[in-house]
Design a protein around this ligand. Structure first.
Ligand SMILES: Cc1cc2nc3c(=O)[nH]c(=O)nc-3n(C[C@H](O)[C@H](O)[C@H](O)COP(=O)(O)OP(=O)(O)OC[C@H]3O[C@@H](n4cnc5c(N)ncnc54)[C@H](O)[C@@H]3O)c2cc1C
Ligand code: SF4
Length: 412
């Protein structure tokens, strides 16, 4: 067995990213993303899928397939992918920069595209207004919406559940998401001509993986709170990275450092699919952004100036950065791949480990996604000294069922 043949298999074998594309393609009456007992968003298959529909969804599902192509003329770094322009950047708007996860570049991009009329809406993600630990898709049509969605929503988020509504509206829009959300969008573009016509810009952030909702519940649990007692859960932002802030409905406030939240807690329970992700830096986006601090181990241990690492990966992304720089919306400074390696050492290490991890799945007879154009072999060669360690580690984790998830729920 090498690749998944059904959606149920994608889920059961730990390959689902939780992007929500299957719900968008089939409609919520047939497939609907739901929070599982393990704390991840997974499809519930509510009724029989018409002949051919499952095949169509599977060919767009990033749990099954990820295929990247670089535009002609882009330099392609073996670890970092296509690069048209590499910069260190920040929003010039101070409020945006303060509220945002890092330097506010993504929110600045979103608000510039809306204000200039290049897109009519931006599809991204915000905290669920009624369940503060959870996240929901946000369709922003102006600055207020963009500001509501600033910051990083750790834990499960499925922005693409709202994609069909955007496509059906027939108006140009931009999508902000995790690299796997953008990969799903690119997959769908190969099947649905509306995608390239309407989804004008794809913006990704670097991603270390999706953590379980259970971890967020455990964080608030440390302060004696249950999920439904929480009014606000801000993982970071209001600084760079800013503290994690929890506000209870009865007015109590708790803060802990981002270092504690990410380093000690969220990173401890990342879904399996993220461990075999060959594209954690948004190679298929027009622009990808990450953190830009430089520390001895790559993690944040304090507060830093609000900057993003910024990669324009396509001509459209490069031109957008240039327009925003000209219009005074972004400060952009030169950056180099060597600096990027120092800002984000873990992303290079992850990329180098993917072939060994896929090899572990193959040796264990477990299905894996189809990947193309992501230079997995080249990256593994660069990191060849750790190949066998990663291979054996994966085999050990698979023996303990690391990739096993429950069968997707069925029925209404
Ligand atoms: C799950 C997760 C993993 C991350 N891992 C890394 C990492 O490995 N390295 C790194 O440098 N940075 C990581 N980040 C942080 C992220 O890269 C920074 O937020 C990025 O630099 C963007 O900063 P900004 O100031 O431009 O963002 P902002 O201007 O605050 O904009 C962030 C945008 O991302 C959208 N968004 C937030 N959470 C989600 C989500 N879960 N799914 C889809 N869209 C979302 C928001 O709607 C908003 O539009 C992670 C964030 C998340 C949510
Ligand atoms: S990866 Fe996305 S499209 Fe595939 S099953 Fe999971 S939610 Fe659906």
């Amino acid at each position: 067995m090498s690749h998944p043949r059904t959606l149920a298999e994608v889920v059961r074998q730990g390959l689902c990213t939780g992007c929500g594309l299957c719900q968008s393609m089939s409609g919520p009456n047939r497939i609907c993303l739901e929070m599982t007992a393990d704390g991840f968003l997974r499809p519930r298959i509510r009724g029989p899928l018409p002949a051919g529909e499952e095949r169509r969804i599977l060919s767009a599902c990033p749990g099954n397939r990820q295929r990247a192509t670089a535009e002609p003329g882009a330099a392609v770094d073996p670890l970092w992918g296509p690069i048209k322009r590499l910069a260190r950047g920040q929003a010039t708007d101070e409020g945006m920069r303060f509220n945002a996860a890092s330097g506010g570049v993504i929110s600045a991009l979103a608000s510039y595209l809306l204000a200039s009329g290049e897109v009519e809406a931006v599809l991204h993600t915000r905290a669920d207004p009624t369940q503060a630990l959870r996240s929901v898709p946000q369709v922003s049509r102006g600055l207020q919406g963009v500001m509501e969605a600033t910051g990083a929503r750790y834990g499960p988020a499925a922005p693409l559940t709202a994609l069909e509504t955007m496509l059906a509206a027939g108006k140009p829009f931009a999508v902000v998401g995790k690299p796997c959300d953008i990969a799903a969008l690119r997959n769908l573009a190969r099947l649905d001509p509306r995608v390239d016509r309407l989804a004008r810009y794809r913006i990704a952030f670097f991603c270390a993986g999706v953590s379980s909702l259970g971890i967020s519940q455990a964080i608030v649990g440390k302060y004696g709170l249950t999920e439904d007692q929480v009014r606000l859960m801000r993982y970071r932002g209001h600084g760079c990275p800013g503290p994690t802030r929890i506000e209870s409905k009865d007015g109590r406030v708790f803060e802990q450092s981002y270092d504690e939240t990410w380093g000690n807690e969220l990173a401890q329970e990342i879904q399996f699919r993220c461990k075999i992700c060959p594209d954690a830096t948004g190679e298929q986006a027009d622009i990808a952004c990450g953190d830009a601090w430089i520390t001895a181990d790559g993690y944040a241990h304090g507060e830093y100036e609000s900057w993003n690492a910024v990669i324009a990966r396509t001509a459209a992304g490069e031109a957008l950065l240039a327009r925003m720089e000209r219009d005074g919306k972004l400060n952009l400074l030169p950056n180099t791949v060597a600096e990027l390696n120092r800002m984000q050492p873990h992303q290079g290490e992850r990329k180098m480990a993917i072939l060994a991890r896929l090899g572990g799945l193959a040796l264990a007879g477990q299905p894996r996604p189809r990947y193309a154009g992501l230079r997995i072999l080249h990256a593994a060669w660069i990191g060849r000294r750790s190949f066998f360690r990663n291979l054996l580690g994966t085999l050990r984790r698979l023996r303990h069922g690391a990739n096993r998830e429950a069968e997707p729920a069925r029925g209404a």
